[in-house]
Design a protein around this ligand. Structure first.
Ligand code: ATP
Ligand code: MG
Ligand code: MG
Length: 565
């Protein structure tokens, strides 16, 4: 288990708790089911679920489903799964739409109090009333604000009963237009949408706004701390105002900074463009920072929590470099996953005097640092694969890997080899085979390279996908001609003929490794939980494109930061 407590002990969240030290703490994570969650939401999940857990309380997963125009079934499922994948169990799953009846009643109550009116102005008029462009002109109310309670009630019921088309009428709160805070300028409370809702069907054609719904639902669920992002700071006024008019129990809203990743795109509109134009493999493409993408890539949920925890929680928005996120993932994987040998671009090396060791079984530990991970066996073979980048046709002084006349060690195997000759395909210019002999001098080689036995000894072919940043610059949305002009052509590099040693079978069988915190209870059996370090190549996970007879691997992160670029 990972210690995510740090962010609750000091600073912002601790101050929030000091303001209202109650037991039990009750929080909610309130996504709108109109898209897949992204890395920013992981922070919101960690803050809300973590804060409750830390104080021995409970956290709701509340779907804020008040806008049937944008919401779809698939997002409900995806969001719930993602929350659980991150290791959190909702106390209850609720829906703002559960409260449509009560919300409606309370809207009538607000009208009765003289604090709401049905307005027929269009967007343009409303904008002028609210001070026009930049709020520079004097604010004023329209004549609808003077309607009697009876007239407002009659019209509001008319809205409910289908007497108005969308935009012909909407309910507005009657707040305080003299106050400098725009959230006090007679906000919309209910609008006509004429759309069926996936939970309430065609029962309603009017739907409450966020400003009307959120604070009331918080009160209904006895939320003690309603934690949201800083762009809602000014909304705190309307949040408190509305609850004070209508309900007994007063929850408290506090705001924390948003998290975004530099050089990435998180907005739904842009992600959708990438998906629709088939620039990426889908919403769960491993290059995206959607949580389903990050998951598919193989990033362990524990490392995401660790990342959020390291950043801490303050009231400022932060834009974090991708490299910082990857550094946390790398550190996390380094201590939690087994090691295997994987060759991306294989060249066969025939060891000419290798008959005596052909078939020898080597016992290799899964981790040199953690004996508890156990070991596995691989069979040595007379022909082994090494990576193309580890061989040079012409040796040089500053080169330490394999070349004719040069000796190199094979990782995990007690036999260094010396290359004697090679053959080449003249058409492609590529080396097709290297011949070598054992070095029996007993000298320890300067360099060890990874290798994989022949398929006849149990190795398997696989496809490996190496990822780089999807964009060339750190600010794709600011790129000339838009973010699609900033695409990195090398964002996915595929090695279709890679070879992995037979130890992979056991790693796959044992996944998720108990060392991977939390996940043993969660996301069980997902291909992405088959993770390992490919020695000298990076950290990998199995992709969901894999099948029984096909292995597809994603590189989660490289071994070292500087190799990334
Ligand atoms: P987006 O438009 O990016 O989907 P959103 O605010 O519309 O963001 P919601 O579904 O309303 O997304 O978000 C659910 C919760 O997650 C809210 O409390 C919101 O404040 C929080 N949240 C959203 N984006 C971030 C972020 N980048 N960092 C931290 N919290 C976030
Ligand atoms: Mg959203
Ligand atoms: Mg939102």
């Amino acid at each position: 288990p990972i210690d995510t407590d740090a962010m609750f002990k000091v600073g912002f969240l601790n101050d929030v708790y000091k303001e209202r030290p109650v037991k039990p703490v009750v929080t909610r994570f309130p996504p709108e089911p109109n898209g897949h969650l992204h890395i920013g939401h992981a922070k919101a999940i960690a803050v809300n679920f973590g804060f409750a857990r830390y104080h021995g309380g409970k956290c709701y997963l509340r779907f804020d489903d008040t806008n049937p125009e944008a919401e779809e079934e698939i997002y409900f499922t995806s969001i719930e799964e993602t929350v659980r994948w991150l290791g959190f169990e909702p106390y209850k799953i609720t829906y703002s739409s559960d409260h449509f009846d009560t919300l409606y009643m309370l809207a009538e109550k607000l009208i009765g109090l003289g604090k709401a009116y049905v307005c027929h102005c269009d967007d343009q008029q409303v904008k002028l009333q609210r001070g026009g462009e930049k709020g520079a002109s004097p604010r004023y109310r329209c004549e609808h604000a003077d309607q009697s309670v009876e007239e407002n009630l009659k019209k509001f019921r008319g809205m409910r009963d289908g007497e108005y088309k969308p935009r012909e009428a909407f309910l507005r709160m009657k707040q305080d237009i003299d106050d400098p805070n725009p959230q006090n300028w007679d906000l919309a409370a209910y609008r006509v949408l004429n759309k069926p809702h996936h939970r309430t069907g065609d029962k309603w054609i009017i739907y409450p706004t966020y400003d009307f719904t959120h604070c009331l639902c918080d009160s209904f669920e006895n939320i003690t701390h309603s934690l949201c992002t800083v762009e809602f700071f000014l909304s705190r006024t309307s949040y408190e105002w509305l609850n004070q008019q209508l309900v007994e129990y007063q929850p408290m809203q506090r705001e924390y900074g948003r998290l975004s990743i530099e050089g990435s795109v998180l907005s739904k509109r842009r992600l959708k463009e990438l998906v629709d134009k088939k620039i990426v493999r889908g919403w769960d493409d491993p290059r995206l920072h959607t949580l389903i993408g990050i998951r598919r890539r193989g990033v362990p949920p524990g490392s995401i929590l660790e990342f959020v925890n390291e950043l801490g929680v303050t009231t400022t928005n932060s834009i974090i470099q991708i490299s910082r996120f990857e550094q946390t993932i790398r550190r996390y994987l380094e201590r939690t996953v087994p090691r295997l040998m994987l060759v991306l671009d294989p060249v066969p090396v025939v060891i000419e005097d290798g008959d005596e060791v052909d078939g020898t079984v080597l016992t290799i530990p899964f981790s040199p640092k953690n004996p508890a991970m156990g070991d596995h066996k691989i069979k040595f073979s007379k022909t082994v694969y090494i990576d193309r980048s580890d061989f040079r046709e012409v040796d040089s002084k500053d080169y330490f890997r394999l070349a004719p006349g040069k000796t190199v060690g094979l990782l995990q195997a007690p036999f260094p080899i010396t290359a004697t000759s090679f053959t080449k395909d003249e058409a492609t210019g590529l080396v097709t085979e290297v011949k070598a002999v054992f070095d029996r001098s007993g000298k320890k080689p300067k360099t060890f390279i990874q290798w994989v036995p022949a398929e006849s000894a149990g190795s398997k072919k696989c496809e490996v996908r190496i990822y780089n940043s999807l964009f060339k610059s750190n600010n794709p949305t600011g790129a000339e001609g838009g973010f699609l002009n900033d695409l990195n052509p090398e964002s996915e590099v595929v090695y279709p003929n890679a070879v992995i040693e037979s130890g992979f079978d056991e790693v796959r069988k044992r996944a998720p490794w108990p060392e991977a915190a939390g996940e043993d209870k969660l996301g069980k059996g997902g291909p992405e939980s088959v993770r390992f370090q490919g020695m000298r190549v990076g950290y990998f996970a199995m992709d969901s494109d894999s099948a029984d007879d096909k292995i597809v691997l994603n590189r989660i992160v490289s071994l070292k930061e500087d190799k990334e670029k």
